[in-house]
Design a protein around this ligand. Structure first.
Ligand code: DX5
Ligand code: ZN
Length: 224
């Protein structure tokens, strides 16, 4: 089962409710919120107030991808704002186990994220305590970047480890996902597809979401 999670980073923030609604009409089932602090990544975006506003206009799960230093400090604020899923970067967490537990203690789904240069093996000790693993297929910080193909073997490896260890985390991929890359990541085992530019960049978010989901679903039929 493939889930499309449009990233609002590429949406028109003045018309956020409308844009989210349009993507949902096209089959999106999760809304991905990119939170950047200008320290962990070289860009600034949104925080809990925008999540709180989104909460009022959609019933879809809000997937908050924290690209920030000291994420522990902000987990309660995201929970209070109505976030459903929170993911933190392995690279940003000195006490990763504690941070993931902190997310779960706030009744949210916990995800762990790895940058393109971070190996899957760095997650070995936490795979049994996460609801999802997010593989970055671009260096985080900006939308509309070029997909990095080396991320595909990490998706495959995570699917293999899950089988071997009898775990149930879901595999999410983020960065450069579009019609020309979606088949490859789905065949490798990605189940939650984040897409910003491909959904909100140009044209109609509804139609863009539909096309992307169609290509992704067709790819599952040929999965090897
Ligand atoms: C990158 C963000 C992504 C980004 C994806 O730092 O985490 O979620 O918005 O955007 P596209 O799909 O445009 O690569
Ligand atoms: Zn993201």
């Amino acid at each position: 089962m493939i889930e499309l999670a449009p990233s609002i980073l590429s949406a028109d923030f003045a018309r956020l409710a409308e844009q989210v609604e349009s993507a949902a009409a096209g089959g999106a089932v999760v809304i991905h919120c990119d939170v950047m602090d200008g320290h962990f990544v070289p860009n600034l975006t949104i925080g809990p107030p925008v999540v709180k506003s989104l909460r009022k206009v959609t019933g879809l799960p809000l997937d908050c991808h924290l690209m920030i230093e000291n994420p522990d400090e902000f987990i309660p604020a995201f929970a209070a704002a109505g976030a459903d899923w929170v993911s933190v970067h392995q690279e940003a967490c000195v006490h990763l186990n504690r941070t993931l537990q902190h997310i779960r203690d706030h009744q949210m789904q916990a995800g762990v994220v790895i940058n393109p240069a971070t190996p899957v093996e760095t997650l070995t000790e936490v795979l049994d305590m996460v609801d999802y693993v997010l593989v970055m297929s671009v260096n985080p910080g900006f939308g509309a970047q070029k997909f990095l193909p080396r991320s595909v073997h990490k998706i495959r490896r995570l699917a293999e480890l899950r089988r071997q260890r009898g775990l149930s985390y879901r595999i999410e991929v983020d960065g450069g996902i579009a019609l020309d890359t979606v088949v490859e990541v789905v065949r490798a085992g990605a189940e939650i597809l984040v897409a910003g530019n491909a959904v909100f960049g140009k044209g109609d978010p509804k139609q863009n979401a539909e096309k992307l989901l169609k290509a992704a679903t067709e790819a599952t039929l040929e999965k090897v």
